[in-house]
Design a protein around this ligand. Sequence first.
Ligand code: ATP
Length: 343
Amino acid sequence: MSTPYRIAVIEGDGIGPEITLATLNVLEKLRRRYNLNIDLVKVEVGDRALAKFGSAVPEESWKIIELSDAILKGPVGESAGDVVVKIRRGLDLYANIRPAKVYPGVRALRNNVDLVIVRENTEDVYVRAEYMLPEDVAVALRVISRRACRRISKIAFEIAHKRKKHLTVVHKANVLSLSDGLFRDAVYEMGRTMYPDVTVNEMYVDAAVMDLVRRPELFDVIVTTNLYGDILSDLAAYVTGSIGLAASANIGDNKAMFEPIHGAAFDIAGKGIANPAAMMLSLSWLFKWLGEKRGDHSMLIAGKEVENAVIATLSKGERLTPDLGGSSSTQEFTEAVISKISL
Ligand code: ATP
């Protein structure tokens, strides 16, 4: 038998354990259906790990994460920043990819949204270099390097190439002429030299937020720096309906982590009504990513099956959780998804 896929699972906090349980039930059905060779390991990470071991990512958990092929991560509470920075930096997951799409049967602010935001994940103000000058002046460093611009551009062009071949670079180079200028120019240069069939246009970030709401059909793939990407992607998720539907990926050259974009939602934790769709779509993406990497047809099909089953359940509109206007529980939604996966 082939080498197993080592998948580290982080349940997270708040609704994290509920939506993880639901998603692992879907995974079990697929494992049996396609005879998938998966080695799942749950790791303690997040607020509970912090309380128990004094670290949000204890050494034991880190060793397992480091050795895994991919990570499926639920939402983490207060310690989310520490966890995400540790994993992104430690594994050099430099691209944050967030699709925003309106699914059938979901009431959205705008119906014509189908885009992907590719956000640089390692630099910008997230280098967290802030200091005080005398006289009560605070300064934050913003770092943009050509190397980071080039590798994020490559990912964005690869995605754009497989879609409508249209890439928008979002920046504010009229103010930040050196740092955002470097980012913009690196994108154009890569387009000219390596992806001449992809059309590139640019937009200031203030115009982009307006058009994401006003004319979202203008966008196919957006590439942008870390901070703008953070803000744009939350807005894009909101425009598409429930935040409970949006999955995201943090991708590096060899490893990747997949997670819902929503937080731990402590307000509904333990009530059994959380929407597990974003976590299931994260699993779908993880399967597809691993399948593509190893050229494994079964994993690719399994990934597609999860996505189709979630979309079919949403389209039917019968077993929706309260965030989507329904009255079903997490478990009822999950059973509906599982029933749509072929035997
Ligand atoms: P964070 O800062 O970690 O993003 P937050 O409290 O700002 O946390 P969320 O935890 O994502 O944001 O919650 C925002 C709102 O969306 C809450 O009312 C929450 O109940 C709801 N919500 C988030 N995720 C889900 C989900 N999967 N199912 C149902 N409701 C959700």
